[in-house]
Design a binder for this molecule. Sequence first.
Ligand SMILES: *Cc1c(COP(=O)(O)O)cnc(C)c1O
Length: 339
Amino acid sequence: MINLISDTVTKPTPGMLEAMFAAEVGDDVFREDPTVNTLEAKAAALFGHEAGLFCPSGTMTNQIALKVHTRPLDEVICDEMSHIFQYEVGGYAFHSGIGVNLIHGENGIVRPEQVAAAVKPRYDWLPISRLVVLENTCNKGGGSFYDLDTIRAVRDVCREKEMALHLDGARIFNALVETGNAPSEIGPLFDSISICLSKGLGAPVGSLLLGSKTFIAEARRVRKAMGGGMRQAGYLAAAGIYALDHQVERLREDHAHARALAQALESLSWVAGIRPVMTNIVIFDLVKPLDAASMLAYLAANGVKASAFGPHTIRLVTHLDVNTDMIEKAISVLQKYPH
Ligand SMILES: *Cc1c(COP(=O)(O)O)cnc(C)c1O
């Protein structure tokens, strides 16, 4: 099977497994797991933040950030395609008692003027616009990313309006290898950052939340309240350290593979359109009445797994466990689709 469902499906490489087996561990709820402590400090230093917190998932790191930055009756400003709005079960309302103020950006990317225009005046009858979340790269936006100047301008709006700025950086390294920016350039523009180790970086489990010491101290309490305090988590943290050390630069291969898929799709008569392919995600529409379900069935019958992103829309994601041969095979399966 060539699994293009998501970059979450990767299994640890032999080198990563070795690092996991060799990990020194302790009880992280007592902060006695040296490997977790190392990972948290390493990631924080990389992005120019004071402290880090290792969590089971990116949903948890985002939800903790929302909780710590806001109070009930506040709102978070984000693009309509945001993961925190679309795919986290409405957790913003459940955990934090806040609302969302949605921006209609372009492929998940918002402009600073849109953020400024969305901020609500402070009246007793309005929610307080307390937090802005940028998603970089944006999943539903097809792996789109921000340039640094846009982020700086959004940061300026946040400062002026006394709002915090959180980065949903589930795939931040996919953005960084494309823009050529260093983590230390982008990191300080945000009050908090969520990073997934379990996507393109290839770790089996885990996400990181970064921020100031006081922010992370509070985040640690919220993580425990959510049931996310893990014990000998160093075995998982070791995978994260290995990923940061060895599996960042190779994201470029995933991007080349995604471009190859998109290029092949462009010449197929039954493809109605392809979102701009900027990193490792390819989202395309089928000419109606072709539907996603029968397309997925055809692909699966021919050894390719993909996912539906709408009734006539398909998403393909490239990752560590698909090599160039597999991409070529997937392309030939697509080209043979009997439409
Ligand atoms: C995957 C993802 C997350 C977190 O997902 P988990 O599956 O909970 O780790 C958050 N934001 C974005 C943009 C994502 O793609």
